[in-house]
Ligand binder design. Structure first.
Ligand SMILES: NC(=O)c1ccc[n+]([C@@H]2O[C@H](COP(=O)([O-])OP(=O)(O)OC[C@H]3O[C@@H](n4cnc5c(N)ncnc54)[C@H](OP(=O)(O)O)[C@@H]3O)[C@@H](O)[C@H]2O)c1
Length: 255
């Protein structure tokens, strides 16, 4: 049994959470081009309004750490559209964190936004999708969730949680006709990575990332990862025995 894709985005009702910059903004632009109806969410309302200019779009500002804001935005969306075809959760935060500056408050905020945020969004849209036996849930995780990497003491666990969450959702939703798309990007040039003080291997643009994501959803893929030359290498690393894994990461990453 294979899950469904979205062969044509034209007229599809799509909610992008985390649309104000980077990968989410690039997905919104590509979906406008493809003729989709798009709802744009994130905290910076002015950015969303500028992005929505002259498009068939709803602007629904919200903070993913507040369940009631997600619920109210979803109600507005349903009142306007009567349903939702794809919830694309892109929102995420990254603060480099190592053992010598480990800050519990940063860790808590990261998990709240990156792991509990998508869980809140899924809890919001899932009952209706289950009732209709249709719909798509796509969540952006990261290759940083595959296995432990330096400087990611909070980000890494938040993204590892996304992988497990998507895998576990897939079992339940496949027989219900609801598709799950787990998205694991490598390095993408955005505001989030502009702070990195190291050379990022296989860096791609936000537009390239958006194109990979939309292609994967069209094809009905569960595991959407890119660029393959980097994500494939990291997938290979995680099957190695730990001594070899740690040795290779130490060799390639400036620690
Ligand atoms: N760039 C990369 O190399 C890379 C690699 C792997 C995975 N990712 C993942 O890709 C996703 C997008 O990242 P990006 O690189 O495009 O970063 P970005 O440009 O910083 O975009 C992050 C988006 O998340 C939104 N956001 C953050 N906290 C939020 C909150 N509490 N409530 C609502 N929206 C919130 C931001 O909007 P507001 O500030 O307006 O709220 C913004 O739209 C993230 O999940 C990130 O972890 C990125």
């Amino acid at each position: 049994m294979k899950q469904k894709g979205i062969s044509n985005f034209s007229g599809q009702r799509i909610w992008i959470i985390g649309a104000s910059s980077g990968i989410g903004e690039a997905c919104a632009k590509a979906l406008f081009q493809a003729g989709a109806k798009v709802a744009l969410s994130s905290r910076r309302a002015e950015r969303l309004t500028a992005l929505a200019d002259k498009q068939d779009a709803l602007v629904l500002p919200l903070d993913v750490t507040h369940q009631e804001q997600l619920a109210s935005a979803y109600q507005t969306l349903l009142q306007n559209w009567g349903g939702l075809d794809l919830m694309l959760f892109v929102s995420g935060v990254y603060t480099p964190l190592r053992a010598d500056n480990f800050d519990f408050e940063v860790a808590q905020k990261t998990i709240d936004a990156n792991l509990l945020g998508p869980m809140r969004a899924v809890a919001t849209v899932l009952p209706e999708m289950l009732k209709q036996h249709t719909g798509h849930i796509a969540i952006v995780g990261s290759v940083a969730g595959y296995s432990g990497l330096p400087k990611a003491l909070a980000y890494g666990p938040s993204k590892a949680g996304i992988i497990n969450f998507c895998e576990t959702l897939y079992y339940d939703l496949l027989p219900q006709g609801v598709s799950v798309h787990m998205i694991s990007p490598g390095f993408v040039a955005t505001e989030a990575t502009a702070q990195n003080d190291f050379e990022m291997p296989a860096l791609i643009t936000a537009e390239e990332a958006a194109s990979e994501i939309l292609k994967g959803i069209q094809a009905g893929e569960f595991d959407i990862h890119f660029p393959k030359r980097f994500s494939g290498f990291l997938k290979f690393l995680r099957i190695l025995p730990y001594p070899l894994y740690f040795w290779i990461v130490r060799r390639f990453v400036k620690i």
